[in-house]
Design a protein. Structure first.
Length: 466
């Protein structure tokens, strides 16, 4: 069969990309090696910037209904509560940042929401499709599977995880480090004897012992158990082993763990692919960067890879934009991934607080070749920055941005005529922006900023706003 884009991997990255391509009318197929969606909770934290992305992709209401806020940490010692631990620096919603705190949704539930949205848009996921090889030329890529017919695609996006077969086949290396040599048990369990109002923390008992944390998973009846073990330990994932760990490190009896619904062993590491692209094949998500889970950055950075690449593929395949636009994916996303890897590692090692740095609202593309700042002395918001929410001329900006189009904001000045499908919003005042013209990309970043409309014509003339 033939398709415009083949997305390999039906995790959060692949599903988000599938949604973005489907709403742009791009013929895309998502394939998944497993026979179902990932069943575990590993990536459970959604950062504020990802919530903004989900707002645009049309899944925010379902995500809000599926999850909840993070509970306060409760430290236990010898069966007694000895103190609270605040996991995150506090932040209140503001007009320009309406989602300003992390939201907890188990990864399996996030994927269910994304999958439902993809199907709603007419998108497809084919399960049980294990990639065994591929060849590419100047026109496209032919992908072979362990079972089923080959697929010929104009572009391929590998979102097939940290052990990416596609990345290895391309010969792209990963540069990184072991963040922590001590392996972790991560398990979704049913447990009795603990309240669901706290994230329960049990510090190590003695030298060489590991910690235990038991976190209620919002929107479910499950708890996520995380237990650290000494370097070199072979982690046992059985029900009896999980019960033994919980009993040894807490005041709970073994039988308090009534069920293990999913379990995995994990060795925290940080690694970055040496390249995010070879020819017509792109890497996204864990295939391109692997994070420690401590910072809550892996899933979020991955979804935003998809968000960055989706509109560019759509513009090239459906809007007639120059193919060189796709070169900016690696240009923009690889530095961001490197930055977030540093933050994840810092959080894991206790060097960085979960707060402003982990919310991802301050990330941007000021140095990108797609960014043009034409003002000589911009004050505050600049081209390349995330476009804040707020009101302009009675219109909520996130409502104006929602969809696959570009948006021109004309604040306190006249708006020039622009070709479709650029949406124009005008108004006399917007505190987060200041006076001027701001052309906002489909992924919610200011591509061009200035006060002289004649300079905007050159930017639009590059053909990237289609």
């Amino acid at each position: 069969m033939n398709t415009d884009v083949l997305v390999i991997g039906a995790g959060p990255t692949g599903l988000a990309l599938g949604i973005d391509l489907a709403r742009r009318g791009v013929d895309a197929l998502v394939v998944e090696k497993a026979d179902r969606l990932f069943p575990g909770s590993r990536g459970k934290g959604l950062q504020p910037r990802t919530m903004e992305v989900f707002d645009d992709l049309g899944v925010l209401d379902a995500i809000l209904a599926a999850g909840g806020t993070y509970p306060v940490g409760m430290v236990w010692q010898d069966g007694e509560r000895v103190g609270e631990h605040r996991m995150f620096d506090p932040a209140e919603p503001t007009e320009d940042s309406p989602y300003n705190a992390p939201w907890m949704v188990p990864q399996w539930r996030t994927q269910e929401v994304l999958f439902a949205r993809l199907e709603e848009l007419g998108g497809r996921v084919s399960f049980g499709r294990e990639v065994v090889g591929f060849e590419q030329n100047t026109d496209g890529v032919t992908v072979r599977f362990a079972a089923g017919a080959d697929v010929r695609a104009r572009y391929v996006v590998a979102a097939d995880g940290g052990r990416s077969v596609v990345r290895r086949t391309l010969g792209i290396g990963m540069t990184g480090e072991t963040v922590d040599p001590n392996p972790l048990l991560v398990a979704d369990v049913r447990i009795t004897g603990l309240d669901r109002d706290n994230w329960h923390m049990f510090p190590p008992r003695g030298e060489g012992a590991g910690y235990l944390s038991i976190c209620p998973l919002a929107g479910t009846e499950d708890f996520q158990v995380v237990a650290q073990f000494p370097e070199g330990t072979r982690v046992d994932l059985s029900l009896d082993a999980v019960r033994a760990v919980v009993a040894a490190r807490s005041h709970l009896a073994p039988e308090a763990v009534t069920e293990v619904r999913w379990a995995s062993d994990f060795r925290p590491r940080a690694a970055l692919a040496d390249s995010f692209r070879t020819g017509r094949v792109f890497l996204a998500g864990d295939a391109a960067h692997v994070h420690s889970p401590a910072g809550g950055q892996g899933l979020n950075t991955s979804v935003q890879d998809a968000y960055n690449l989706g509109w560019k593929l759509g513009a090239v395949l459906r809007g007639g934009a120059p193919a060189a636009l796709l070169d900016t994916y690696e240009e923009e996303r690889r530095p961001i991934a490197a930055q977030m890897l540093g933050i994840s590692t810092g959080v894991h090692r206790g060097e960085v607080r979960r707060g402003e740095a982990t919310r991802q609202l301050g990330l941007g593309y000021r140095d990108s070749s797609l960014t043009e700042e034409t003002r000589t002395a911009p004050d505050g918001l600049r081209a390349g920055d995330r476009a804040p929410d707020g009101k302009l001329g009675g219109t909520r900006l996130f409502d104006a941005f929602r969809g696959p189009h570009w948006t021109l904001l004309a604040v306190g000045c006249a708006a020039p005529e622009l070709p479709e499908p650029v949406r124009v919003v005008t108004g006399e005042e917007q505190p987060s922006y200041g006076k001027g013209l701001f052309l906002v990309r489909p992924d919610g970043y200011v591509g061009w900023a200035g006060e002289d409309a004649s300079k905007l014509a050159g930017y639009v003339g590059r053909g990237i706003t289609r």
